[in-house]
Design a protein around this ligand. Structure first.
Ligand code: UDP
Ligand code: MN
Length: 316
């Protein structure tokens, strides 16, 4: 692991000096090709390791090149457990994968969906991924047969978790851990950017998925069981504002998502086990043609004052 750490530090330094995005554009190369040319790939126990937490098996041609995108803020304890648990499983499954931790670096209410859109777009700027798994940091897969590749249909990887006695709270649940191919993600226009605060953003993308004619795929029985890292769930239900957004989500699907998102250039750091994308996301403009729901309350509160903050580092 010390070699891995050294490689990461070296490449991070190089990238800072040379501005990776500019170099990729100028050389018309992917990050993989640049790392290869710079001699920054190393063989670690049957895997080619690349700084920033990218792994590719040596002895086979992986079926999927997966970007695991983790929404994140203030849950460093969870992240350590998550990485320790999930990386060996992904390696066992012989996937090519990278882990992206997308951190919201401001004090506004948390916007999980918008962070996932940022993760999708920023990962694609580095290299071509064909499968995205959007993964809460507090979910730990229990069955190594729960395969983290994508499917012809958008996938919900969870069939039950310990918190709900290894059942699902409701059958149409599409949160926690979901997988879409790059083209499925584009087809549904990604996630809505309008959900600030807890809940409903996962139900929103599920509506998009169904509206585009997909069915949801899900592992059967115990294959899809997860343990969750327990934390304080201080909010039990999404706010009425969010439920309004959800009810009328069809109004916004075509122009609220990947094709409309704006954000300042994120700070990208390659740590040994993941690529950290730190981003200052802001409220997106409300479009006049969206006639339902009052746009004003969203995202205006500071998350420390609005009572919705959940202290994820507190294990319960
Ligand atoms: N999250 C985070 N910091 C926060 C809130 C959420 O990192 O302050 C991320 C984290 O990945 C978490 C996910 O968003 O697992 C979903 O949020 P949370 O766990 O609070 O939702 P719940 O478990 O109540 O569904
Ligand atoms: Mn949680």
């Amino acid at each position: 692991m010390s070699t891995v750490g050294k490689m990461s530090r070296l490449s991070n330094k190089l990238l800072r000096e040379m501005n990776v995005t500019a170099v990729l554009k100028e050389r018309n190369q992917t990050a993989d090709e640049v790392f290869h040319d710079l001699g920054l790939m190393i063989d670690v126990e049957g895997y080619i390791y690349q700084p920033g937490g990218h792994w590719k098996p040596v002895d086979c041609d992986p079926k999927w090149k997966v970007a695991l995108v983790v929404p994140f803020r203030d849950r460093i304890d969870h992240l350590a457990i998550f990485l320790r648990h999930m990386i060996p499983i992904l390696q066992l499954q012989k996937l090519e994968f990278s882990i992206f931790v997308v951190e919201q670096n401001n004090n506004m209410s948390f916007n999980r969906a918008m962070l996932l859109n940022v993760g999708f777009l920023e990962a694609l700027k580095l290299t071509r991924y064909d499968c995205y798994v959007f993964h809460d940091v507090d979910h730990l897969a229990l069955n190594t047969n729960n395969y983290y590749g994508c499917d012809s249909m958008p996938r919900h990887f969870i069939s039950g978790d310990d918190y709900w006695d290894y059942r699902l709270l409701y059958d149409s649940l599409f949160g926690g851990v979901t997988g879409l191919t790059t083209s499925q993600m584009r087809h549904v226009n990604g996630f809505s950017n309008m959900y600030w605060g807890w809940g409903a953003e996962d139900d929103d993308i599920y509506k998009r998925v169904l509206a585009k004619g997909y069915f949801r795929s899900r592992p059967e029985g115990s294959v899809g069981y997860y343990n969750t890292i327990h934390h304080d769930h201080s909010i039990a239900a999404a706010s009425p504002e969010l439920l309004c957004l959800l009810e009328y989500s069809y109004e916004r699907t075509e122009d609220d998502g990947l094709n409309s998102i704006t954000y300042q250039e994120p700070d990208i750091e390659l740590t040994p086990l993941f690529t950290k994308i730190s981003v200052d996301i802001r409220k997106q403009a409300w479009k006049e043609k969206w006639t339902k729901c009052d746009p004003l309350p969203y995202a205006t509160q500071n998350h420390q004052n609005d009572g919705s903050e959940q202290n994820g580092n507190e294990m319960v």
